[in-house]
Design a binder for this molecule. Structure first.
Ligand code: NAP
Length: 297
């Protein structure tokens, strides 16, 4: 089995790395927070000391970091992954970042005689914990075939979408649907509650019809329970909407609905919601309407 390096052990990276350990892979792990890294070391991984050292110890290096600058720094920066990669190594970034940065990183990795994949995920914390993530992959067919057994330990719906950057474009499309649907579910439940109709019953009724979605199910439930513990942090989804809007601008494309939801996210973050789950978007609409959905009994 290949030796794997795993960098970034946050809400997603931690359970994903644990699945790889359980599957029997030898893992070297690295996180900025020593206590978090220690927890995974206690579960059977080796402790990494720098991205370069992690790459030196590994055949395959996986990153699960917040944003484009983090991936650029960890891969291309001083003591970065690139300095430790060997010809024949494989680099897989599973973070959600700009497609243009993903392409730049893969180009740099290929110049070292290694190969790279962008493989962002969907399915959230629950999907990471249950190893049921959707994984959308950009890069060469050979790299995809090599990585597939590793992906299968973390996810279920694994699709090779196209060349480098295609995985990130797919994830951007995914985030449009998720953001707009969260806003739609928020507005629907708020409308029902302010009209004096039990929003829990409305959710129940809608779940059996054309408006059914996992977001109505899971995020709708969060809104009713007033449970905004992340999950997926608002600031990370806002970051993803920047990726969407930046990419759309590069393409000369107007995405007015996405832009509107991104503005609502700005307001939510300005009102203390940055670290809350993205379902807390409902709180901004409640503020605008001067009405709060009552907590379900
Ligand atoms: P997170 O909880 O913030 O985890 C990121 C981890 O990376 C943190 O432990 C952070 O350490 C670490 N890190 C940051 N910079 C580092 C560096 N230079 N070296 C080593 N470690 C570093 O974020 P997350 O929710 O797991 O998300 C990770 C990625 O997955 C993001 O791109 C996100 O958009 C994407 N994603 C998330 C979800 C979700 O539901 N959470 C779903 C799909 C996709 P510190 O704690 O010290 O900052």
């Amino acid at each position: 089995m290949e030796c794997i390096g795993f960098i970034g052990l946050g809400i997603m990276g931690k359970p994903m790395s644990q699945h790889l350990i359980k599957a029997g892979y030898a893992l070297t792990v690295l996180d900025r927070t020593p206590e978090v890294q220690q927890e995974i070391v206690a579960a059977g991984a080796h402790a990494g000391t720098s991205p370069k050292q992690v790459a030196e110890q590994s055949d395959v290096v996986v990153t699960m970091l917040p944003d484009s600058p983090d991936v650029s720094e960890v891969v291309l920066g001083k003591n970065g992954v690139l300095e430790g990669l060997r010809p024949g190594s494989l680099f897989i970034d599973m973070s959600t970042i700009l497609p243009s940065v993903a392409r730049r990183v893969t180009d740099a990795v290929r110049q070292k005689g290694a190969d790279g994949l962008d493989a962002p995920v969907s399915g959230g914390q629950v999907g990471a914990q249950n190893a049921t993530l959707s994984i959308m992959v950009g890069g060469s067919a050979a790299a995809f075939a090599r990585a597939k057994p590793i992906f299968e330990k973390m996810g279920k719906n694994i699709v090779h979408v196209g060349e480098a950057g295609a995985g990130q474009v797919t994830k951007a499309a995914n985030q449009v649907v998720v953001a707009v649907t969260i806003a739609a579910v928020s507005e629907a439940l708020l409308l029902a509650a302010k009209a004096g109709v039990d929003p829990a019953k409305v959710r129940e009724a809608l779940l059996g019809g054309f408006a059914q979605s996992r977001i109505l199910d899971l995020h709708g439930n969060r809104m009713l329970q007033r449970n905004f513990q992340p999950g997926f942090k608002m600031k990370l989804h806002r970051k993803d909407m920047s990726i969407v809007l930046h990419t759309a601008r590069e393409l000369g494309l107007a995405l007015p609905t996405s832009a509107g939801v991104a503005e609502l996210m700005n307001a939510a973050m300005g009102n203390g919601g940055a670290e809350l789950d993205h379902s807390a978007l409902v709180m901004m609409l409640e503020k605008l309407g001067n009405f709060e959905i009552p907590k379900a009994g």
